[in-house]
Write a protein that binds this ligand. Structure first.
Ligand code: NAI
Ligand SMILES: CC(C)CCC[C@@H](C)[C@H]1CC[C@H]2[C@@H]3[C@H](O)CC4=CC(=O)CC[C@]4(C)[C@H]3CC[C@]12C
Length: 380
């Protein structure tokens, strides 16, 4: 197939953690495309060099909260994978901004699809549209039909739930020329893998404490996690099958997970960090929950006091503590039944790739600054 004869895919947020893996996945595994438009507010120029003689990778700088930007990016395209979002549960950005990007931005993508006659939209939603809620209701091996007391107060999960509702309601919209808009929504659990910014933070924190991590969450709490490569793979399959079986996938939601082990968030991270010499201190939380909660509240107070001077957004706040302390795992075969999804990467491969990436961070840390005295580890 020569460049130009295939389909044009748009990936909003295509320079992000998931988005950049998705662009590479499409290049490697999707033979029906001739152009991938990477639409993002912050462009990663390195993606441009991924173009080859079959597929052009075209970077488009734009803001999904501006309809004109979105309309221009979608003009002449065939399918949109909408991953762009402000992912913030730490109070880094105001709620209004989260809403503007995650909800109004999604409204703009839908509006542009209708105006430009783009028939297919795959939306990257999140487990957070379901939970966990802050009441501590566990979601244990749940699926897309499992009843759950959904309760959103935080801007991010609220915005993702509103956006997903808009996407699903738009399924079946009639467009000019008698065409129909088909949509579906994928709900990844906590994504990990090469490029995960939060993992970088945990890694840096651990280096500062002599590679010692201090347990805060009971090990019995389980959190579903999914490798970024499998999330990208699931998006590719959903995009492919939405075109072939729109009546099956249209208007549907699918949890996105893989064979990554069910563990507490901290113990799961240690699957990678322990291979880099990190140790978890404590077989149970070193600090009682009420003290952690007081610390979380103190962080919220400090954030408020300091917000006129700078953004203080520590990892621990009442919301992240509540989420981390509540089991949320999924088990479902809906995506397999509807569009043949099975993880492309087995757990051992995902683990190996993530460890290799973290080790590359260490090399960079050593290159960037003097690590000081060698062997200064607390737990020799
Ligand atoms: N990271 C995780 O654990 C999970 C993420 N998700 C969802 O996956 C998607 C991707 O998340 P990540 O890759 O983790 O986040 P990310 O922050 O790495 O990527 C988001 C991308 O969207 C872009 N973006 C933000 N505001 C924009 C705007 N106004 N206009 C255009 N582009 C804009 C950013 O520049 C970034 O490249 C999001 O929709 C998120 O809600 C879902 C479940 C878990
Ligand atoms: C007690 C500690 C300070 C808690 C550390 C872990 C927390 C920072 C993380 C535990 C659960 C994470 C969230 C979960 O994976 C679901 C998510 C889905 C998304 O769409 C975005 C990210 C996140 C909210 C994720 C964020 C970090 C945790 C709260």
């Amino acid at each position: 197939m020569t460049a130009g004869s295939g389909q044009v895919y748009v990936v909003t947020g295509g320079c992000g953690f998931l988005g950049s893996h998705l662009v590479r996945m499409l290049l490697e595994h999707e033979k029906n495309i001739s152009e991938i438009r990477v639409f993002d507010l912050h462009l990663d120029e390195s993606l441009r060099s991924l173009s080859n003689n079959r597929v052009r990778v075209r970077l488009i700088s734009g803001d999904i909260s501006h309809l004109d930007d979105v309309r221009e990016a979608l003009h002449g395209s065939h399918l949109v994978i909408h991953t762009a979002s402000l992912v913030d549960v730490w109070g880094r950005v105001p709620a209004s901004k989260i809403n503007e990007v995650n909800v109004t931005g999604t409204e703009n993508v839908l509006q542009a699809c209708k105006e430009e006659g783009v028939q297919y939209l795959v939306y990257t939603s999140s487990m957070e549209v379901v939970g966990p809620n802050i009441h501590g209701d566990h979601f244990y091996r749940g699926n897309e039909e499992t009843e759950y007391r959904i309760y959103h107060k935080e801007p991010y999960p609220l915005s993702k739930a509103k956006a997903e509702k808009l996407v699903l309601e738009a399924n079946g919209t009639k467009m000019k020329g008698g065409k129909m808009l088909y949509t579906c929504s994928l709900r990844p659990t906590g994504i990990y893998g090469e490029g995960h910014e939060l993992m970088k933070k945990f890694h840096r924190q651990g280096l500062r404490t002599g590679r010692c991590m201090f347990r805060a969450i009971p090990p019995a709490i389980e959190h579903g996690r999914v490798y970024v490569g499998n999330v990208a793979w699931m998006h590719l399959l959903a995009a492919r099958q939405l075109q072939i079986h729109p009546s099956t996938l249209g208007g549907q939601v699918y949890f996105c997970y893989d064979s990554s082990p069910y563990k507490s968030y901290e113990d799961f991270n240690m699957e990678f960090l322990s291979a880099c010499g990190f140790k978890m201190i404590g077989s149970r939380p070193l600090v009682p929950y009420f003290l952690l909660y007081l610390l979380a509240l103190l962080n919220t107070l400090l954030q408020w006091v300091l917000h006129r001077f700078f953004i203080y957004a520590p990892i621990l706040n009442p919301y992240t503590l509540a989420v981390a302390s509540t089991t949320f795992t999924v088990q479902t075969d809906k995506a397999e039944k509807h569009f043949g999804y099975r993880p492309l990467y087995a757990w051992e491969e995902a683990k190996k790739r993530t460890i290799t990436w973290i080790k590359s961070l260490e090399v960079r840390e050593k290159d960037l600054k003097d690590v000081g005295a060698k062997g200064n580890y607390c737990c020799n």
